[in-house]
Design a binder for this molecule. Structure first.
Ligand code: AHG
Ligand code: MN
Ligand code: MN
Length: 364
Protein backbone atom coordinates (compact mmCIF):
# COMPACT_ATOMS: atom_id res chain seq x y z
CA UNK A 1 0.00 0.00 0.00
CA UNK A 2 1.48 3.43 -0.91
CA UNK A 3 2.36 5.58 2.09
CA UNK A 4 -0.12 8.44 2.63
CA UNK A 5 1.33 11.88 1.89
CA UNK A 6 -1.57 13.67 3.50
CA UNK A 7 -1.06 16.33 6.14
CA UNK A 8 -2.60 15.90 9.57
CA UNK A 9 -4.48 18.72 11.31
CA UNK A 10 -1.43 19.18 13.56
CA UNK A 11 0.87 19.59 10.56
CA UNK A 12 -1.56 22.04 8.94
CA UNK A 13 -1.60 24.14 12.13
CA UNK A 14 2.19 24.09 12.37
CA UNK A 15 2.37 25.27 8.75
CA UNK A 16 -0.06 28.11 9.47
CA UNK A 17 1.87 29.08 12.61
CA UNK A 18 5.05 29.53 10.60
CA UNK A 19 3.42 32.66 9.15
CA UNK A 20 3.54 34.18 12.66
CA UNK A 21 7.06 33.79 14.07
CA UNK A 22 5.97 35.29 17.42
CA UNK A 23 3.11 32.86 17.97
CA UNK A 24 3.41 30.97 21.24
CA UNK A 25 1.63 27.80 20.15
CA UNK A 26 -1.31 28.45 22.49
CA UNK A 27 -3.69 28.86 19.61
CA UNK A 28 -2.65 25.60 17.94
CA UNK A 29 -2.95 23.74 21.22
CA UNK A 30 -6.44 25.17 21.68
CA UNK A 31 -7.58 24.02 18.23
CA UNK A 32 -6.17 20.55 18.90
CA UNK A 33 -8.12 20.39 22.19
CA UNK A 34 -11.28 21.37 20.31
CA UNK A 35 -10.54 18.71 17.68
CA UNK A 36 -10.09 16.11 20.43
CA UNK A 37 -13.48 17.07 21.90
CA UNK A 38 -15.02 16.64 18.44
CA UNK A 39 -13.45 13.18 18.09
CA UNK A 40 -14.88 12.17 21.47
CA UNK A 41 -18.35 13.42 20.45
CA UNK A 42 -18.06 11.62 17.09
CA UNK A 43 -17.43 8.37 18.97
CA UNK A 44 -20.48 8.86 21.22
CA UNK A 45 -22.66 9.73 18.23
CA UNK A 46 -21.42 6.64 16.36
CA UNK A 47 -22.40 4.26 19.17
CA UNK A 48 -25.99 5.54 19.12
CA UNK A 49 -28.42 3.27 20.95
CA UNK A 50 -25.55 0.92 21.89
CA UNK A 51 -24.00 3.71 23.93
CA UNK A 52 -27.30 4.60 25.60
CA UNK A 53 -27.01 8.16 24.36
CA UNK A 54 -30.21 8.59 22.33
CA UNK A 55 -33.33 10.38 23.59
CA UNK A 56 -34.02 13.27 25.91
CA UNK A 57 -31.95 14.22 28.93
CA UNK A 58 -33.87 12.91 31.91
CA UNK A 59 -33.12 15.47 34.65
CA UNK A 60 -35.92 15.45 37.23
CA UNK A 61 -38.12 13.04 35.25
CA UNK A 62 -39.68 15.66 33.00
CA UNK A 63 -36.48 16.20 31.03
CA UNK A 64 -34.49 19.44 31.03
CA UNK A 65 -34.64 22.59 28.96
CA UNK A 66 -31.74 24.87 28.09
CA UNK A 67 -31.65 28.67 28.26
CA UNK A 68 -33.41 28.79 24.88
CA UNK A 69 -36.38 26.90 26.33
CA UNK A 70 -35.53 23.88 24.16
CA UNK A 71 -35.67 20.31 25.45
CA UNK A 72 -32.14 19.00 25.87
CA UNK A 73 -31.17 15.68 24.36
CA UNK A 74 -28.83 13.39 26.28
CA UNK A 75 -26.23 14.06 23.60
CA UNK A 76 -26.63 17.85 23.95
CA UNK A 77 -25.69 17.59 27.61
CA UNK A 78 -22.92 15.04 27.04
CA UNK A 79 -21.37 17.03 24.17
CA UNK A 80 -21.40 20.17 26.29
CA UNK A 81 -19.54 18.31 29.06
CA UNK A 82 -17.01 17.00 26.54
CA UNK A 83 -16.36 20.50 25.19
CA UNK A 84 -15.90 22.06 28.63
CA UNK A 85 -13.77 19.19 30.08
CA UNK A 86 -11.44 18.94 27.08
CA UNK A 87 -10.87 22.69 26.86
CA UNK A 88 -10.74 23.89 30.48
CA UNK A 89 -7.36 22.51 31.56
CA UNK A 90 -4.99 23.60 28.77
CA UNK A 91 -4.39 27.17 29.92
CA UNK A 92 -5.37 28.71 26.57
CA UNK A 93 -8.81 29.99 27.53
CA UNK A 94 -10.09 32.86 29.66
CA UNK A 95 -13.60 31.40 29.50
CA UNK A 96 -16.22 29.66 27.41
CA UNK A 97 -19.85 30.12 26.40
CA UNK A 98 -22.25 27.55 25.00
CA UNK A 99 -25.78 27.16 23.70
CA UNK A 100 -26.37 24.77 26.59
CA UNK A 101 -25.22 27.11 29.41
CA UNK A 102 -27.12 30.25 30.41
CA UNK A 103 -24.00 32.00 31.72
CA UNK A 104 -20.33 32.07 30.67
CA UNK A 105 -18.32 29.10 31.91
CA UNK A 106 -15.43 30.02 34.20
CA UNK A 107 -12.15 28.14 33.98
CA UNK A 108 -11.89 26.22 37.30
CA UNK A 109 -9.40 27.65 39.80
CA UNK A 110 -7.00 24.70 39.57
CA UNK A 111 -6.23 25.43 35.89
CA UNK A 112 -4.33 28.39 34.38
CA UNK A 113 -6.30 30.96 32.38
CA UNK A 114 -5.31 32.09 28.89
CA UNK A 115 -6.02 34.72 26.27
CA UNK A 116 -8.82 33.23 24.15
CA UNK A 117 -12.57 32.79 24.47
CA UNK A 118 -14.28 29.69 23.07
CA UNK A 119 -17.95 29.88 22.07
CA UNK A 120 -19.79 26.81 20.82
CA UNK A 121 -22.93 24.93 19.97
CA UNK A 122 -21.77 21.49 21.13
CA UNK A 123 -24.39 19.61 19.13
CA UNK A 124 -26.19 21.29 16.25
CA UNK A 125 -29.23 19.71 14.65
CA UNK A 126 -29.93 17.64 17.73
CA UNK A 127 -33.50 16.89 16.61
CA UNK A 128 -31.77 14.59 14.10
CA UNK A 129 -29.99 12.42 16.69
CA UNK A 130 -32.78 9.93 17.26
CA UNK A 131 -33.37 9.44 13.51
CA UNK A 132 -29.69 8.84 12.68
CA UNK A 133 -29.26 11.88 10.46
CA UNK A 134 -26.12 14.05 10.45
CA UNK A 135 -25.41 16.36 13.37
CA UNK A 136 -22.38 18.52 14.13
CA UNK A 137 -20.54 20.81 16.56
CA UNK A 138 -19.79 24.44 15.71
CA UNK A 139 -17.30 26.75 17.43
CA UNK A 140 -15.84 30.25 17.35
CA UNK A 141 -12.59 31.55 18.88
CA UNK A 142 -12.34 35.17 20.07
CA UNK A 143 -9.65 37.08 21.93
CA UNK A 144 -10.41 37.79 25.58
CA UNK A 145 -10.30 41.47 26.58
CA UNK A 146 -6.82 42.57 27.65
CA UNK A 147 -7.80 43.35 31.24
CA UNK A 148 -9.31 39.90 31.67
CA UNK A 149 -6.09 38.27 30.45
CA UNK A 150 -3.90 40.54 32.59
CA UNK A 151 -5.89 40.07 35.80
CA UNK A 152 -7.13 36.53 35.27
CA UNK A 153 -10.57 37.73 36.42
CA UNK A 154 -13.78 35.82 35.72
CA UNK A 155 -15.22 36.46 32.28
CA UNK A 156 -18.54 38.27 31.85
CA UNK A 157 -21.23 38.15 29.17
CA UNK A 158 -19.98 41.51 27.86
CA UNK A 159 -16.55 40.01 27.09
CA UNK A 160 -18.17 37.76 24.48
CA UNK A 161 -20.22 40.46 22.73
CA UNK A 162 -17.78 40.96 19.84
CA UNK A 163 -18.81 41.18 16.18
CA UNK A 164 -18.10 38.12 14.03
CA UNK A 165 -15.40 40.05 12.18
CA UNK A 166 -13.30 39.83 15.37
CA UNK A 167 -13.15 36.02 15.29
CA UNK A 168 -9.66 34.54 15.31
CA UNK A 169 -10.86 31.17 14.07
CA UNK A 170 -14.06 29.24 13.50
CA UNK A 171 -14.95 25.72 12.56
CA UNK A 172 -17.36 22.87 12.72
CA UNK A 173 -17.25 19.11 12.97
CA UNK A 174 -19.78 17.14 10.98
CA UNK A 175 -20.77 13.71 12.29
CA UNK A 176 -22.01 12.19 9.06
CA UNK A 177 -21.13 9.04 7.14
CA UNK A 178 -17.58 10.26 7.73
CA UNK A 179 -16.54 12.66 10.48
CA UNK A 180 -15.06 15.89 9.11
CA UNK A 181 -13.57 19.01 10.64
CA UNK A 182 -13.81 22.26 8.70
CA UNK A 183 -11.61 25.08 9.92
CA UNK A 184 -10.70 28.65 9.14
CA UNK A 185 -7.93 30.51 10.92
CA UNK A 186 -8.56 33.53 8.68
CA UNK A 187 -6.51 32.22 5.77
CA UNK A 188 -9.07 30.36 3.66
CA UNK A 189 -10.95 27.23 4.68
CA UNK A 190 -9.52 23.74 5.06
CA UNK A 191 -11.42 20.47 5.40
CA UNK A 192 -10.14 17.43 7.28
CA UNK A 193 -11.52 13.88 7.31
CA UNK A 194 -11.18 11.73 10.43
CA UNK A 195 -9.12 8.63 9.74
CA UNK A 196 -10.76 6.25 12.22
CA UNK A 197 -7.73 3.94 12.26
CA UNK A 198 -5.23 6.65 13.14
CA UNK A 199 -7.70 8.80 15.10
CA UNK A 200 -6.31 11.78 13.18
CA UNK A 201 -7.99 14.48 11.14
CA UNK A 202 -6.29 14.37 7.71
CA UNK A 203 -6.28 17.33 5.33
CA UNK A 204 -8.51 16.17 2.46
CA UNK A 205 -10.06 19.46 1.29
CA UNK A 206 -7.50 22.31 1.17
CA UNK A 207 -8.71 25.81 0.15
CA UNK A 208 -12.45 25.16 -0.10
CA UNK A 209 -14.34 27.56 -2.37
CA UNK A 210 -18.11 28.04 -2.59
CA UNK A 211 -19.33 28.37 -6.20
CA UNK A 212 -20.74 31.89 -6.74
CA UNK A 213 -23.88 30.61 -8.50
CA UNK A 214 -26.29 27.84 -7.62
CA UNK A 215 -29.64 26.27 -8.41
CA UNK A 216 -30.25 24.88 -4.93
CA UNK A 217 -31.86 26.55 -1.92
CA UNK A 218 -32.70 25.49 1.65
CA UNK A 219 -35.45 26.96 3.81
CA UNK A 220 -38.07 25.60 6.21
CA UNK A 221 -41.14 26.25 4.03
CA UNK A 222 -43.55 25.49 6.89
CA UNK A 223 -42.78 29.04 8.05
CA UNK A 224 -43.70 30.63 4.70
CA UNK A 225 -46.74 32.47 6.04
CA UNK A 226 -44.44 34.32 8.46
CA UNK A 227 -41.77 35.32 5.92
CA UNK A 228 -41.07 38.94 5.11
CA UNK A 229 -41.80 40.05 1.51
CA UNK A 230 -38.18 39.96 0.21
CA UNK A 231 -37.80 36.31 1.28
CA UNK A 232 -41.19 35.39 -0.14
CA UNK A 233 -40.27 37.06 -3.41
CA UNK A 234 -36.94 35.21 -3.62
CA UNK A 235 -38.45 31.79 -2.90
CA UNK A 236 -41.42 32.37 -5.24
CA UNK A 237 -38.99 33.22 -8.04
CA UNK A 238 -36.98 30.03 -7.36
CA UNK A 239 -40.17 27.95 -7.37
CA UNK A 240 -41.33 29.53 -10.65
CA UNK A 241 -38.33 27.84 -12.26
CA UNK A 242 -37.49 28.01 -15.92
CA UNK A 243 -40.61 29.92 -16.96
CA UNK A 244 -40.26 32.45 -14.10
CA UNK A 245 -38.05 35.54 -13.77
CA UNK A 246 -34.96 33.46 -12.93
CA UNK A 247 -35.21 31.43 -16.15
CA UNK A 248 -33.90 28.25 -14.51
CA UNK A 249 -35.19 25.42 -12.35
CA UNK A 250 -34.15 25.19 -8.70
CA UNK A 251 -33.81 22.23 -6.36
CA UNK A 252 -34.64 22.34 -2.63
CA UNK A 253 -33.11 20.67 0.47
CA UNK A 254 -33.81 20.92 4.22
CA UNK A 255 -31.86 18.74 6.67
CA UNK A 256 -32.73 20.71 9.86
CA UNK A 257 -29.06 20.62 10.83
CA UNK A 258 -27.36 23.90 9.96
CA UNK A 259 -23.89 22.37 10.06
CA UNK A 260 -24.90 19.73 7.51
CA UNK A 261 -26.49 22.38 5.27
CA UNK A 262 -23.38 24.56 5.52
CA UNK A 263 -21.28 21.58 4.55
CA UNK A 264 -23.38 20.77 1.48
CA UNK A 265 -23.11 24.41 0.44
CA UNK A 266 -19.32 24.41 0.94
CA UNK A 267 -19.04 21.30 -1.21
CA UNK A 268 -21.32 22.20 -4.12
CA UNK A 269 -22.86 25.63 -3.59
CA UNK A 270 -26.39 26.60 -2.60
CA UNK A 271 -28.14 29.09 -0.38
CA UNK A 272 -29.46 28.57 3.16
CA UNK A 273 -32.08 30.80 4.75
CA UNK A 274 -33.42 30.92 8.27
CA UNK A 275 -34.57 34.50 7.94
CA UNK A 276 -36.08 36.83 10.46
CA UNK A 277 -39.85 36.30 10.32
CA UNK A 278 -43.05 37.35 12.07
CA UNK A 279 -43.71 34.04 13.84
CA UNK A 280 -42.68 35.23 17.30
CA UNK A 281 -41.71 38.91 17.68
CA UNK A 282 -39.57 38.02 20.71
CA UNK A 283 -37.36 35.85 18.48
CA UNK A 284 -35.74 37.76 15.62
CA UNK A 285 -34.73 34.60 13.76
CA UNK A 286 -34.17 30.99 14.81
CA UNK A 287 -30.39 30.67 14.88
CA UNK A 288 -28.05 32.13 17.45
CA UNK A 289 -25.60 34.87 16.50
CA UNK A 290 -22.52 34.06 18.57
CA UNK A 291 -22.19 30.31 18.16
CA UNK A 292 -24.11 29.52 14.98
CA UNK A 293 -24.32 32.51 12.61
CA UNK A 294 -20.88 34.00 13.30
CA UNK A 295 -18.71 30.87 12.90
CA UNK A 296 -20.63 29.70 9.84
CA UNK A 297 -20.49 33.26 8.46
CA UNK A 298 -16.71 33.45 8.94
CA UNK A 299 -16.20 30.06 7.24
CA UNK A 300 -18.48 30.93 4.32
CA UNK A 301 -16.86 34.32 3.71
CA UNK A 302 -13.37 32.79 3.92
CA UNK A 303 -14.49 30.32 1.22
CA UNK A 304 -15.62 33.13 -1.09
CA UNK A 305 -19.30 32.81 -0.17
CA UNK A 306 -21.40 35.33 1.71
CA UNK A 307 -23.34 35.46 4.99
CA UNK A 308 -25.95 38.09 5.77
CA UNK A 309 -28.90 38.92 7.96
CA UNK A 310 -30.64 40.08 4.76
CA UNK A 311 -29.99 43.67 5.85
CA UNK A 312 -26.24 43.59 6.57
CA UNK A 313 -23.24 41.24 6.58
CA UNK A 314 -23.68 39.00 9.59
CA UNK A 315 -20.04 39.49 10.64
CA UNK A 316 -20.70 43.23 11.15
CA UNK A 317 -23.54 42.77 13.63
CA UNK A 318 -22.72 44.09 17.12
CA UNK A 319 -24.10 41.42 19.49
CA UNK A 320 -26.33 42.59 22.33
CA UNK A 321 -26.67 39.34 24.29
CA UNK A 322 -24.92 35.99 24.61
CA UNK A 323 -27.84 33.94 23.31
CA UNK A 324 -29.16 36.51 20.82
CA UNK A 325 -30.98 35.11 17.78
CA UNK A 326 -30.67 36.52 14.29
CA UNK A 327 -31.98 36.07 10.76
CA UNK A 328 -29.38 34.25 8.68
CA UNK A 329 -28.83 33.82 4.94
CA UNK A 330 -25.62 32.26 3.67
CA UNK A 331 -24.14 30.49 0.69
CA UNK A 332 -23.28 31.20 -2.94
CA UNK A 333 -22.31 34.84 -3.24
CA UNK A 334 -24.56 35.93 -6.12
CA UNK A 335 -27.69 34.45 -4.54
CA UNK A 336 -27.04 36.02 -1.12
CA UNK A 337 -26.38 39.37 -2.81
CA UNK A 338 -29.67 39.01 -4.67
CA UNK A 339 -31.55 38.36 -1.41
CA UNK A 340 -29.88 41.43 0.14
CA UNK A 341 -30.92 43.49 -2.90
CA UNK A 342 -34.54 42.32 -2.49
CA UNK A 343 -34.39 43.57 1.11
CA UNK A 344 -33.29 47.02 -0.14
CA UNK A 345 -35.75 47.32 -3.02
CA UNK A 346 -39.20 48.77 -2.41
CA UNK A 347 -42.13 46.45 -2.98
CA UNK A 348 -43.20 46.30 -6.59
CA UNK A 349 -46.64 44.71 -6.44
CA UNK A 350 -49.87 45.88 -4.88
CA UNK A 351 -50.52 42.27 -3.94
CA UNK A 352 -47.62 42.34 -1.52
CA UNK A 353 -49.04 45.26 0.46
CA UNK A 354 -50.77 43.19 3.21
CA UNK A 355 -47.54 41.35 3.93
CA UNK A 356 -45.73 44.65 4.05
CA UNK A 357 -48.19 45.81 6.70
CA UNK A 358 -47.37 42.72 8.70
CA UNK A 359 -43.71 43.53 8.46
CA UNK A 360 -44.36 47.08 9.60
CA UNK A 361 -46.14 45.70 12.63
CA UNK A 362 -43.21 43.40 13.30
CA UNK A 363 -40.80 46.29 13.08
CA UNK A 364 -43.07 48.45 15.33
P1 AHG B 1 -29.85 23.06 17.66
O1 AHG B 1 -30.04 21.59 17.46
O2 AHG B 1 -28.44 23.39 18.07
O3 AHG B 1 -30.87 23.68 18.57
O4 AHG B 1 -29.97 23.79 16.24
C1 AHG B 1 -30.98 23.44 15.32
C2 AHG B 1 -31.10 24.53 14.32
C3 AHG B 1 -30.32 24.34 13.05
O5 AHG B 1 -29.34 23.40 13.07
C4 AHG B 1 -31.35 24.02 12.01
O6 AHG B 1 -31.01 24.63 10.81
C5 AHG B 1 -32.62 24.56 12.56
O7 AHG B 1 -32.45 24.65 13.95
C6 AHG B 1 -33.79 23.69 12.24
O8 AHG B 1 -34.95 24.37 12.55
P2 AHG B 1 -36.41 23.79 12.19
O9 AHG B 1 -36.70 22.77 13.25
O10 AHG B 1 -37.29 24.99 12.30
O11 AHG B 1 -36.39 23.21 10.81
MN1 MN C 1 -27.59 24.62 16.67
MN1 MN D 1 -27.23 22.64 19.76
Amino acid sequence: MPLSRRFTLTQYLIGERRRYPDATGDFNALILDVALACKAIARSVAFGELGGVLGNHAAAQGGSVNVQGETQKKLDVLSNQVFTRFNEWGGHLAGMASEEMALPYQIPAQYPRGKYLLVFDPLDGSSNIDVNVSVGSVFSVLRAPRDAVASGRDVTEADFLQPGAAQVAAGYALYGPTTMLILTVGNGVAGFTLDPNLGEFMLTHPQLQVPADTQEFAINASNSRFWEPPVKRYVDECLAGQTGPRGKDFNMRWIASMVAEAHRILMRGGVFMYPRDTKDPTKPGRLRLLYEANPIGFILEQAGGRASTGQQPVLEVQPGALHQRIGLVFGSRHEVERIERYHREPLRHEAEAPLFAERSLFRH
